[in-house]
Design a protein around this ligand. Structure first.
Ligand code: CP
Length: 317
């Protein structure tokens, strides 16, 4: 593994889960692996979990860590080649990236969809420039279309909590006041499609995701029907993907909020969300505080996910 930008690069799933289990049980076993190696974490967008868990994972592996928030303290970056730089951006990404590459051994990048141009977002314009120009292994800390470290943590969590070999996983859209990228639901769908689990995606009409990610998942527009017999409810908001509606909020219908009535339709399902979550928009207080809510162990597994992936990258250096 050199770059890690999609859960599909995780390799054999059974082996990946075994490696993750080893890392979880022996977090400090590879302290020498990262000795004299530096991780540079670049954030174009805010973060709590990814920032802390990835840094913790790198420290567990004995790495040094540098964190740079592009929008706080760094020069504003121009990203368009050919731009006449007479505005407020004094540095171009095409110099900044190779310079960053000089100061580290591995680079993590967070760069969300901008919702200005779907092709630019879905071609991963920023992330791919890091891969092309940094000269260093690059991993995604959530890019425009995917959030693979989150997905791996989600899958590790499902593996830990599932009570049957083929659980029913339901990913449900839920309302949110702002336009959110499709990276988490795309990536989750991509990950679950690597398994043989029963997989249902439910959302209002108009919120169809890119079929490249949803693959063979069953799309069910009736949320109650989707919840019937579910073993895991994975809630997430996303903005519209299709056509002219790309990046738009089409609905804030709180009838789609995950509540205890809907959870009662499931087979005592576990509730999951990547966090941060807006309570009483995405999910009610009582559901997220219930014993079936596993959002905290899910977040804790972000360290395991990041450490397992970073370890593979370090082994490949
Ligand atoms: N789930 C997740 O990526 O959280 P942060 O945005 O806080 O990093």
């Amino acid at each position: 593994m050199i770059n890690f930008t999609s859960i599909t690069q995780i390799g054999n799933l059974k082996e990946a889960f075994a490696k993750a289990r080893y890392v979880k049980e022996n977090p400090f076993a590879d302290q020498n692996l990262g000795k004299n190696r530096t991780l540079l974490m670049i954030f174009f967008n805010s973060s709590l979990r990814t920032r802390l868990s990835t840094q913790k994972a790198a420290m567990n592996l004995g790495m040094n860590v540098i964190v740079l928030d592009i929008n706080q303290g760094a020069w504003k970056l121009e990203t368009e080649r050919g731009a006449v730089m007479d505005g407020d951006k004094p540095e171009h990404l095409l110099e900044a990236i190779p310079v960053m590459g000089c100061y580290c051994d591995v680079i993590g990048v967070r760069s969300f969809a901008r919702f200005e141009n779907r092709d630019d977002d879905y071609n991963e314009k920023i992330l791919n420039q890091f891969i092309k120009y940094s000269g260093k292994p690059v991993f995604s800390m959530e890019a425009a279309t995917r959030h693979p470290l989150q997905t791996f943590a989600d899958m590790i969590t499902i593996e830990e909590y599932k009570k049957k070999d083929r659980p029913k996983i339901v990913m449900t859209w839920a309302p949110h006041p702002k336009a959110l990228p499709q990276a988490v639901p795309n990536s989750f769908a991509e990950g679950i499609n690597l398994t043989d689990y029963e997989f249902v995606i439910t959302h209002p009409e108009g919120y169809e995701l890119d079929p490249k990610f949803t693959g063979n998942a069953k799309i069910e527009y009736d949320q109650d029907k989707a919840f019937e017999g579910a073993d895991f409810i994975y809630a997430k908001n996303w903005a519209a993907y299709s056509g002219d509606n790309y990046g738009k909020v089409l609905s804030m219908d709180r009838n789609w909020t995950v509540d205890s009535r809907k959870m009662a339709l499931t087979d005592n399902a576990f509730f999951m969300h990547c966090l941060p979550v807006r309570r009483n928009m995405i999910v009610t207080d009582d559901v997220i505080e219930s014993p079936q809510s596993i959002v905290i162990p899910e977040a804790a597994n972000r360290v395991v996910s990041a450490q397992t992936v970073l370890k593979e990258i370090l082994l490949s250096l």
